[in-house]
Design a protein around this ligand. Sequence first.
Ligand code: NAD
Length: 328
Amino acid sequence: MKLLVTGGAGFIGSEFVKQAVLSGYAVAVIDALTYAGDIERLKNVESWYRFYKVDITNKPALEEVFKKEKPEVVVHFAAESHVDRSILEPNIFIKTNIEGTLNLLDLSRKYGIQRFINISTDEVYGELDEEGKFTESSPLMPNSPYSVSKAGQDMLGRAYMRTYGLPVITVRPSNNYGPWQYPEKLIPVVIVKAIKNEPIPVYGDGKNIRQWLYVEDCASAVMKVMEKGRDGEIYNVPGSEELRNIQIVETIIEILHKPKELIKFVQDRPGHDYRYAMDSDKIEKLGWYPKTKFKDGIRETINWYINNLTWVENKMDYLSKFWAKVYK
Ligand SMILES: NC(=O)c1ccc[n+]([C@@H]2O[C@H](COP(=O)([O-])OP(=O)(O)OC[C@H]3O[C@@H](n4cnc5c(N)ncnc54)[C@H](O)[C@@H]3O)[C@@H](O)[C@H]2O)c1
């Protein structure tokens, strides 16, 4: 079975490519290698996949890859993926996440793709207070430019299934963490700042709650859905543990033996969603559950950043400017 994986040089996409290659799939990767993309993430799978540096908003270039590779399944991870950046620069989110997805859906229809896995997010549901969980039939109430663009991507998939009969399956994962995550997202920012003994920025009062999912578990869920899911269905992929941001920060500080005084509460993110939580019944019926406990996953992740600090240092020019813009 030939897979076309978009965003395969990104954090989650690269983990999926590794697992797919190990499972014996032929894999072609499309990635524009934006600031967030890095081919180094695929160094351990070197010759086992074909790589195309293509932007999904460039339809003619994308079509050349479809013609050449003749994929049977498209697994679509490519996206602008960071909420804070979407607040600073919303346009690129609409272009990549909505227009780019439209191009992929169109070409998938034209070239008779057998299955299209559309990677959405829990953020499309909007926020919850302390109670309850989102199911796959909860209404979409996205709040940030990022989550609105992802809801657009998500709904376009639905439209292509309903209108044109393209076999689309939608996957909505919760917050991921693990090795190789670009240090703009909470967990790698905290780890990197703590390692460097720099002030650790925490939005607002730090009480926001997320369901944390280890990246290997997320990729295995996508694989499970690709192999066992039903066309036209939506699958939530929640991590098993709900944690407040401040609990995450305190855990990392403790593991690294750093002082709590490094924590610096900063002006909250505009429109910051309070809590995301999803029900996992549907994907569990496919035989998937998250294997990695947070206490183990976070240790793996911290060790990885300690051993790969040069990877972060090489990105520091971009990162220091970005951090200065968002943490006030
Ligand atoms: N990270 C999370 O916690 C999380 C949670 C739920 C859903 N998701 C979704 O999962 C997917 C992967 O997330 P991630 O964390 O790996 O993101 P990421 O930012 O690490 O990777 C995105 C990849 O897409 C590529 N890309 C961006 N724009 C492109 C374009 N126009 N054309 C081609 N490639 C382009 C980038 O170069 C990068 O390699 C995204 O769709 C994201 O919305 C992420």
